[in-house]
Design a protein around this ligand. Structure first.
Ligand code: MTE
Length: 323
């Protein structure tokens, strides 16, 4: 896969991001006191209406405890440099073609090893738990990374609703296939639907986010509208976009990437600088948005820097074998 220079940033976009960063910093410094104001409060709507993100505002409370205080990747890069193979292989294809994705009506069914299987409408899911803003690193196995302000809540809030049984050991995530809107599903690069999986304890970890928005507004289609997974300590491919079904199961799910190339993509996919992918070293990364010819690469952090929170999930597990 090629790595391309993201498209030029319009001066107007830079302005709106500067406003965003200033407001963010202020709110995070104010901590819980400012939290009730929420994303989209204050001047949010006005700040973005003209030149930044244009989707519907999602009210959210900043969660500084689960946020990294690093420079955020410009909105223009977050939404124009994407992997969403249902819309093509090129990084620009999702932004070009995902506009046609039908995101209403939308339901997510939760089934399998659960006491209360249920189908949720997207509008129910938007109200199921309080929305938080969490600034997470996203590290792609291809060697690039971003820092993104997501809006959503812990996946555990949803899973608790359906009461997993004692046989539930893994969670399978199935994503949308819309042959009429997704040109990529006519190709055989992956088996469709795109399926991912987590161990139940990983899925229940508070960091595992069900994301509905970025930069204070609903997800742009190319980022996985209307809802996606965001698992910040794992390579980006685990964070499945446009979810339609969640199955709790007793056996490890067969993911789309494992079916396509098991020697390259493991089930765990924890970010690990010491275990190279056959085609890409994982020791360093290029932060999108700060790439000049002489910009040094960043050192990749174990578990993408989330080791304090998640390393205990893997105590005793050989992470070279279980890549
Ligand atoms: N989800 C679906 N349904 N289809 C995909 O092709 N690509 C994955 C993941 N989720 C993908 C997907 C990969 S490889 C990455 S790196 C991230 O989405 C990229 O998310 P982003 O485009 O929002 O940065």
């Amino acid at each position: 896969m090629l790595i391309k220079k993201p498209g030029d940033v319009l001066p107007s976009e830079i302005t709106s991001e500067a406003v965003w960063h200033a407001r963010r910093e202020w709110m995070l410094r104010m901590g819980a006191g400012a939290a009730a104001v929420g994303v989209g409060g204050l001047s949010g709507r006005q700040a973005f209406a003209a030149d930044g993100p244009t989707g519907e505002v999602l009210q959210a409370t900043p969660n500084p405890q689960f946020s990294v205080m690093e420079k955020q990747t410009p909105f223009s890069d977050v939404t124009s440099y994407n992997n969403y193979y249902e819309f093509g292989l090129d990084k620009g294809d999702p932004a070009k073609y995902a506009g046609k994705l039908k995101t209403r009506p939308w339901t997510v069914s939760i089934e399998g090893e659960v006491g209360k299987p249920r189908t949720f409408d997207i509008d129910e899911l938007l109200k199921l738990a309080p929305m938080e803003e969490r600034i997470y690193r996203l590290r792609c196995v291809e060697g690039w990374s971003m820092v993104i302000p997501w809006v959503g809540y812990s996946l555990s809030a949803l899973l608790k609703q359906v009461e997993p049984t004692g046989n539930a050991k893994f969670v399978e995530f199935v994503t949308a296939v819309q042959p009429d809107t997704m040109p990529g599903v006519r190709s055989g690069v992956l088996g469709w639907p795109y399926v991912e999986g987590l161990r139940l304890d990983e899925a229940m970890h508070p960091l595992t986010l069900l994301a509905f928005g970025v930069y204070g507004r609903v997800l742009p289609n190319q980022n996985g509208a209307p809802l996606r997974l965001m698992v910040p300590w794992k390579y980006g491919f685990k964070s499945a976009k446009s979810l339609v079904k969640i199955r709790l199961v007793s056996e490890q799910p067969k993911t789309a990437w494992i079916k396509a190339a098991a020697q390259e993509y493991g089930f765990y996919a924890n970010v690990n600088p010491n275990v190279p992918h056959p085609r890409w070293s994982q020791a360093t990364e290029r932060r999108i948005g700060e790439d000049g010819l002489f910009t040094p690469k960043r050192k990749t952090l174990m578990f993408n820097g989330y080791g304090d929170q998640v390393a205990s999930l893997y105590a005793g597990l050989d992470l070279k074998q279980n890549y």
